[in-house]
Design a protein around this ligand. Sequence first.
Ligand code: CP
Length: 296
Amino acid sequence: MRHLLGIEGWRREEIEALLDRAEAHLPGGSASATVLQGRVVANVFFEDSTRTRTSFEMAAKTLGAEVLNWTAQGSSISKGETLLDTVRNIEATGPVALVIRHRSSGAPHLAARHVRCAVINAGDGTHEHPSQALLDAFTLRRRWGRLDGRTVLIVGDILHSRVARSNILCLKALGARVVVCGPPTLLPMGVEQLGAEVAMLLDPVLPQADAVMCLRLQTERQSESFFPSAREFSRLYGLHAGRADKMKEGALVMHPGPINRGVELAPAVADGARSVILEQVANGVAVRRAILEVCV
Ligand code: CP
C-alpha cells in the first residue's frame, strides 16, 4: 500500500492485517520504534484538527520520524496558492508522506496523482476519514474479539460525516450490522447502497445496539436555517442519561470527537462507564503507526 485514500475497495483480510499490525504498535508491543528514523512526515492540514493531527504526529515521532506541521492558517493559501502547488512545494522539502486534511472531497486523491511520496487521507470533505474508521474498528475488535453479528448504531449528522461513510464500509467489511439513524435531512440518499440499514427514530433501535457511535451536527457545513436546530436534534437524537439507560447491558458509547457536550451526547454519558471515547483516541496512535509503517 502506497497511499491510504479511503476504506472503499478494501477487503476484509486487508483490514484485519492492518489491525493485526496495529496490535504490535500498542505500548509495549513488538513493533520497531525506529522504522521511520531519519525520515520526515508532513501533516498538511487545510482544515482544523485536534485528534487526527496530534495522533499522526505522535505516531510518526514514536517511530523515529521528524514531523513537519503545516496548516493553511498563516500559509500562502491566503495569496491564492493552489492545493497542488502547496503539496508539491511541501513534497519538495523532502517528506516521505503527506497526511492531508481538506474540506473538499477528493483533495487527497488529486494530490496523490501529483506527488511521488505517500499520501494519507486525514479527512476529505464529506467523503472519507479512513484512519478514524480503522481506529474505531480496532477499538471494537479489542473489546469484542470479532465484529461478526454485532450491531453498531451510528447516530447524528450522517449526511456530512466522512467518519460515518468510512465506518459503514469498514464495519460492514468486518461482518458487523450497521444501522444509521438521524433526521431525514441528515441522511444521505443511497446510504443503503453502502450496506447500512436506515432508522429515522432513535428510541426503537437503541436497545438493539452493541455500540452507539454519536456524531456531532456539522453546523459548519449547514445553512443557518437548517433543520433540525441543535435543540431539536438534542431532544430527538441526543444520547442523554435517560436514553443511555435503555441501551443493552455492556453496550459501548463511541464518538470520533469533537463532542458538542449536551447536544449529541450528555457529559454524564460521554464520561460514563459505557464510554470508550478516550480509548478510541489512545488506540488511534497504534493504528496510525501501523498506517505509516505500511505506507512509507
Ligand atoms: N476525529 C477527528 O477527526 O477529530 P479532529 O477533527 O480533532 O481531528
